[in-house]
Design a protein around this ligand. Structure first.
Ligand code: SF4
Length: 211
């Protein structure tokens, strides 16, 4: 089953969100996804251009047969003098405390490496809020982490099971909040009520057997 690069981000945010979007095709916009869409519209609308021996390609489709992975990267910088390639990803907001943006970028590099049979050592992340570009080295450590996450996402999506909601503070930023209703699930005592009923019934039967 081919997974999308975006599934890695969704998985890191919440495995349930990942399964809802990629297996159950649930989608909803909130102000964060809308901001992201506007940013990408701007990035994607630019044409390919060459400046100072660097060719800038936008919205490049990438895939990996080995990893069963596909997606679109925001920009690919091709140094025409040295031949080096650099994937660039544009992000709404600011750098995150987790490595997930680095992992998504590294996954893009792994796809490019397989497609072009060329090692890619470095990429960059650009954040809209800080207006800052951060160089990212594709170290062995980052590659290993990326492969682990890809494997986990495959396992989740191929299982066909959507994890139950776990209410956490990130739920407030989740575009699927209304659909998921995690706070209701957490307050739903019916599951434990039904489980208790069976326990009481089992105990009664045990007492009658013992009598
Ligand atoms: S609302 Fe919370 S539990 Fe539900 S999909 Fe979003 S982040 Fe996950």
């Amino acid at each position: 089953m081919t997974i999308f690069l975006s599934a890695l981000q969704h998985y890191a945010f919440c495995p349930r969100q990942c399964a809802l979007i990629h297996n159950e095709q649930v989608w909803a916009e909130n102000y964060l996804t809308a901001q992201g869409a506007v940013l990408h519209e701007r990035v994607d609308s630019g044409v390919t251009e060459t400046r100072k021996n660097i060719r800038y390609e936008r919205s490049v489709h990438v895939s990996s047969e080995k990893l069963d992975l596909a997606g679109i990267l925001d920009m690919l910088e091709h140094n025409l003098q040295t031949g080096t390639l650099k994937p660039i990803e544009y992000k709404r907001g600011k750098p995150k405390p987790t490595l997930i943006d680095e992992i998504q970028l590294c996954a893009q590099a792994l796809c490019l490496e397989e497609m072009l049979n060329q090692k890619i050592d470095e990429g960059a992340l650009w954040y809209q809020q800080t207006r800052h570009r951060i160089p990212i080295l594709f170290t062995d450590q980052l590659r290993t982490k990326t492969l682990t996450i890809i494997e986990q996402v495959h396992r989740l999506l191929e299982s066909g099971k959507t994890p139950l909601p776990t209410y956490s503070k990130q739920c407030k930023a989740c575009s699927l909040f209304e659909f998921c209703q995690p706070q209701l699930f957490n307050n739903d005592k019916s599951i434990s009520y039904v489980a208790n009923l069976f326990t009481v019934q089992d105990n009664l039967e045990q007492l009658m057997d013992d009598a």
